[in-house]
Structure formats: C-alpha cells, structure tokens
Design a protein around this ligand. Sequence first.
Ligand code: 6PG
Length: 256
Amino acid sequence: LGHPKLYAYPSKESLQSDLYTYVLQAQTDAFARHSKFKVAVSGGSLPAYLASPQLISSSEIQWSKWEIFFADERAVPLDHPDSNYGLFKKELLDKIPSENGQPTVVPIDVQYLNDTQELADAYEQALVRSFAAKDSVKLPIFDLILLGCGPDGHCCSLFPGHPLLREDVAWVAPIEDSPKPPAKRVTLSLSVVTHAVKIAFVTTGEGKQEVLKKIFDEHPDVQGGQVLPCALVNRAAGEKVSWFCDEAAVKGVAFP
Ligand code: 6PG
C-alpha cells in the first residue's frame, strides 16, 4: 500500500482548481468502469469547496450520470439548518445550470427520523439498490468519497474511540451520541469509506494544524493512544487517499 497524497495550496481558488481536476479525473475513471459516477459527500465546509464556479459551470461534468449519496447525515428534516442534504443543495445543487443536467441525489428517508437504526437501515437499502444486492457484494464501491476532517480527527460521523469504528457488517450505521451536535446521525461505516476507489479530504485553516500533525504521524501514542478515524482511513486506503489542504493547515505536518 502506498502513501496518501497530501497537497497544500496557497489559496482557496488554487485548492478548488486542483480539486476540480481531480474530480473530473475520478469521473473519467468511473465511466471507464460503468455508466454512472457514484459519489458520497460529507457536510461541513466540503460542499462549499467542491462547488467552485469552475465545477458548477463545467461542460465536462456529466451531472446526469452522477449519483450522489451522503457520507453522513444528521437525523433532521431535509430543510433543517443541520441537514447535510440541505447544505449541499444550497451550496451546490441549486447552482447547477439546468441545461447542464441534474445529478441523482439520494437523501435519507425522513419517515424514519425518530428511529436512527431504521434511518440507517433504509439508507443502506438505498445503497443496496444502487450497488446491487448486499448478499452479492460485500461492500459498495464508491467511485469517489469526499470528506472533511474534524479538529478531533473525525470523518463522516466516525469519532475517535467510538465503538462504531469497529462496525464491519453494516454499510450504514446509526449514532446517537455524536460528540459534535446534533447527537443523532447516520454514517457510512469505515469499511465502506476505505473500500472506495478514491477518497479525498478537504480541510483548511490553522484550526486543523494540530490534528493533521497527529494524523500524519504514524505512531498511535502521538494520536493520544487511539488511532484517529482520518488516520485509519489513511492507513487502510493508502494511495487511494488524497488530502486537499491549505498552507495553514499543513504547517508542521510531516509529508508522507
Ligand atoms: C458532519 C460533517 C463532518 C465534517 C467535519 C469537518 O456531518 O458533521 O459531515 O463530518 O465533514 O466535521 O467539518 P469542516 O470541514 O467544517 O471542518
């Protein structure tokens, strides 16, 4: 397994420009395998970084072949301010010119909002419908998963030291005690994340310096005894992982 790639950009625009090229390449690679581009996205600052004017207006992005899932989602209605779907719609979907086609977007099924296990199961079934029957494929293979990295080293709704990190059956799991509010969420499992063809993290700002130093330090004791979820992704997925950061975030980080 090779090393994850770590890129540091001097500006938001330069990061977005390379991220656009990367996404376009992932789309091309996906079309070499099948007719769809299957992507999962997280919340946080990721949608705004992804939604560059370049990507939004690109004639090379084949939106109608995109199938977009949520790497994690909060157990709230889709129009709630905490909804990752709502955020993604506002930051990106609503900006795609209609003549460029529209992606298929798969939000959580809000009829299960008061039972996070059912909410997770229903979302897993949505994945099963897209990625073929669960008993015929052990894990779905996303063409691309786009993630943020929390200051505590979490990604999706996979938090440091949480038992959910050991989930090895479910594709989508509920969490009721997320340390980052809101507490109730559903998330892709770590295995699903690391099984993707490509995984990209987008993380910027001085506030991420300390955690990035830990993530790119191979020694678990430096990470506070437990390996951080983002470091687990690096470790399991190796060269399939790319980090799009700014110069502030990578200060002091040992490049792989
Ligand atoms: C969520 C997000 C979350 C996010 C990270 C990083 O639902 O809370 O999906 O996992 O990606 O917290 O957030 P920032 O990019 O805003 O730092």
